[in-house]
Design a protein around this ligand. Structure first.
Ligand SMILES: *Cc1c(COP(=O)(O)O)cnc(C)c1O
Length: 226
């Protein structure tokens, strides 16, 4: 399948999901996750109209960035080691995996401009997942208010890998509630207006629960290129 054909199907699904919950599809940003695919397929993704790309590893980001540069807006969506911050931070607009103070400190130090950060939350409490426990999020957000290059624009989570739709929905719903409690604080460094949640298998549920940024890999670009 071409990326354009996949995108058309995804956009139809987004429209339908938005209709069910009375939202405007313009509120939803699609981040094309290109971690599985080649430069050629990434180019095709841009040509199909995707402006936001996501990579979860430094090596993948650098490889793609070398040729694509600022023809896309880059999102770092994977676990970020502090020592690698200096290599990625001037290339990305957003980091979706802020989960510790030492990382915030390093981003703040290395960035030349404010970076849009999503705090990663492990809503479902699975041991295998990165991110802060929900109760840790507010103290964390409040603790980094003197970092001029960190702007907390939202929260990010990954739903558990299960069939049970109610469990997935609950994860997203809890993240939306948590966002509300942060927004209510009116913190200047943490407007926290966005929710980065929803991937290939659960983005429609995520949209119904308020997602503003969906991160789609396999259903958009496929996985057959690596
Ligand atoms: C790989 C990845 C995605 C996309 O996954 P798909 O299921 O292929 O859509 C989204 N978010 C993160 C953090 C990822 O690592």
């Amino acid at each position: 399948m071409t990326v354009a054909a996949n995108l058309e199907e995804i956009r139809t699904n987004i429209r339908q999901a938005c209709k069910r919950c009375n939202r405007n599809p313009r509120e939803i940003t699609i981040i094309g996750v290109t971690k599985y695919v080649t430069i050629e397929r990434t180019e095709e993704t841009i040509e199909a109209g995707i402006k936001n790309l996501g990579e979860n590893r430094l090596e993948g980001l650098l490889e793609k960035y070398n040729t694509i540069q600022n023809r896309a807006t880059w999102h770092f969506i994977g676990t970020l080691q502090s020592r690698k911050v200096k290599d990625v931070i001037d290339k990305v607009d957003a980091v979706h995996s802020l989960d510790r103070k030492s990382l915030a400190k390093e981003i703040n130090k290395r960035a030349a401009k404010p970076i849009n950060c999503f705090v990663q939350v492990n809503v479902s409490g699975e041991e295998s997942k990165h991110g802060l426990a929900p109760e840790q999020v507010m103290p964390f957000v409040e603790s980094i208010d003197n970092y001029e290059n960190i702007r907390i624009v939202g929260l990010m989570t990954m739903a558990p890998h299960v069939k049970d739709e109610a469990m997935i929905r609950n994860t997203f719903r809890n993240l939306a509630v948590l966002r509300g409690t942060i927004q209510d604080k009116n913190l200047e460094h943490a407007p926290c207006q966005f929710l980065s949640m929803g991937m290939s298998n659960d983005y429609q549920i995520a949209i119904e629960e308020g997602a503003t940024h969906i991160r789609i890999g396999s259903k958009l670009v496929g996985t057959e290129y690596e």
